[in-house]
Ligand binder design. Structure first.
Ligand SMILES: NC(=O)c1ccc[n+]([C@@H]2O[C@H](COP(=O)([O-])OP(=O)(O)OC[C@H]3O[C@@H](n4cnc5c(N)ncnc54)[C@H](OP(=O)(O)O)[C@@H]3O)[C@@H](O)[C@H]2O)c1
Length: 375
């Protein structure tokens, strides 16, 4: 039996992660959170049991250990689905690794991962960015390059759609644009970084995206890392949004906060805008990534109604493999066998995962993947 401690099971990702973990009879799951009543409610009907103590990660991040050191001693793997990750993850990961537990996190972006690498004990093992983006986004590029023999001259991907938002997601997004990675409106052309204007970004292609989808180029560390590994000289990563009210509400919020945590009311305004954008429409999320090499092309396609459920399933998969990895703070994109994960996800309800020959914008014969009413 592997003993798993799950934090954040009451969130959108954590709920899906708990469902996936609880389906595995080889795991003994304990759930910890800041609201004992909700923790008990979420454990009901699953094999998981509530932790004996209440855990507040805000207190932990501020330097007060609310019993976490003691709790991690009871776990082989600590899974952290609580967020926002940029506020809580490093503090919890450090305690887990010092307590000799392995650590899994769907968040923990590059600056935080580098911070954790500097303070982690040498024998600590963690698998982070274990979600759809970052995570599967990087693996998709590896999978398509592998299909062409491990090299690619050019990579292009579109990723996003129309999804409900969560509190952690809004806070995380604001942090990413405040801290910035320098990758906004940037692509790689002939091996160099180039800024592009909005009309120069490749539009999200039909039939995979509707014409309401908007494209934004973004070259982040994950994409550049993978592009370097496969030798790609031309790279375009396109984030896709499909909700004008949400984009406007986030822009307003961005103007009103400056490094401080956004207020509950301003986050509420963004969440309300996201709900309005969803009104009368079906949620969707698509990841379409194509590699080209010597006249050949290969495409990875993931389509789902619920990106949080996919992220929860990925975090659960990471929980099962993390203890097989060597010491280190590994991002999901570096796992030894990417196909093992994508094959696992292919069985997830409401989700399609395919690797296809040909270029994404021009793949034919797979219109059966386009469910009626979604696009
Ligand atoms: N890689 C990816 O593709 C990806 C995608 C989505 C999310 N994520 C990451 O997954 C994490 C969760 O995101 P989400 O969308 O599921 O967020 P969410 O729905 O807002 O859930 C947040 C969770 O964190 C818990 N939490 C918040 N503050 C806490 C505190 N002070 N102490 C203890 N628990 C606390 C919440 O507990 P309560 O129920 O008590 O509020 C809830 O369980 C984030 O780190 C996010 O970055 C990654």
């Amino acid at each position: 039996m592997t003993r798993v401690l799950l934090v954040g099971a009451t969130g959108a990702v954590g709920r899906a992660c708990l469902a996936a973990l609880a389906a595995d009879s080889r795991l003994a799951i304990t759930v910890a959170g800041r609201d004992p009543r909700r923790v008990v409610e979420f454990c009901a009907g699953t094999s998981a049991r509530p932790a004996p103590q209440q855990i507040d990660l805000a207190a932990l991040a501020a330097g007060h250990d609310p019993g976490m050191t003691e709790l991690v001693r009871t776990a082989d793997v600590v899974v952290n689905c609580a967020g926002p990750s940029h506020r809580y993850s490093v503090a919890l990961a450090e305690i887990a690794l010092r307590g000799h537990s392995a650590y899994v996190d769907p968040g923990l972006d590059e600056p935080q991962r580098q911070r954790l690498r500097r303070i982690a004990p040498p024998d600590g093992v963690a698998l982070v960015q274990a979600g759809i983006q970052p995570g599967l986004s990087g693996l998709a590029l590896r999978i398509v390059a592998d299909r062409l023999g491990g090299r690619a001259d050019a990579l292009i991907a579109w990723c996003g759609g129309l999804q409900p938002l969560t509190r952690a997601a809004v806070d995380e997004y604001l942090d990413s644009i405040t801290v910035g990675s320098g990758g906004a409106s940037t692509v790689r052309r002939a091996g160099g970084r180039v800024r592009v204007r909005p009309h120069e970004v490749s539009p999200a292609p039909a039939p995979w995206f509707p014409d309401t989808a908007r494209s934004h180029a973004h070259l982040d560390v994950e994409t550049e890392d993978l592009a370097d590994a496969v030798g790609a000289h031309d790279v375009e990563w396109v984030n896709v949004t499909d909700g004008e009210r949400t984009v406007r509400a986030i822009q307003d919020l961005q103007i009103s906060v400056s490094g401080e945590p956004p207020s509950e009311t301003s986050v509420d305004a963004v969440l309300a805008a996201a709900e309005l954008d969803l009104f009368g429409r079906d949620p969707y999320f698509t990841l379409l990534a194509t590699a080209r090499s010597s006249g050949k092309a290969a495409t990875f396609l993931l389509r789902t109604r619920d990106s949080y459920a996919v992220t929860g399933a990925i975090a659960a998969w990471a929980t099962r493999v993390v203890t097989t990895l060597p010491a280190g703070i590994h991002p999901l994109r570096s796992i030894p066998d990417p196909r093992a994960l994508s094959d696992d996800l292919a069985g997830l309800a409401g989700t399609e995962v395919r690797v296809l020959d040909g270029a994404g914008g021009a793949v034919t014969g797979h219109r059966d993947l386009v469910e009626e009413g979604v696009l």
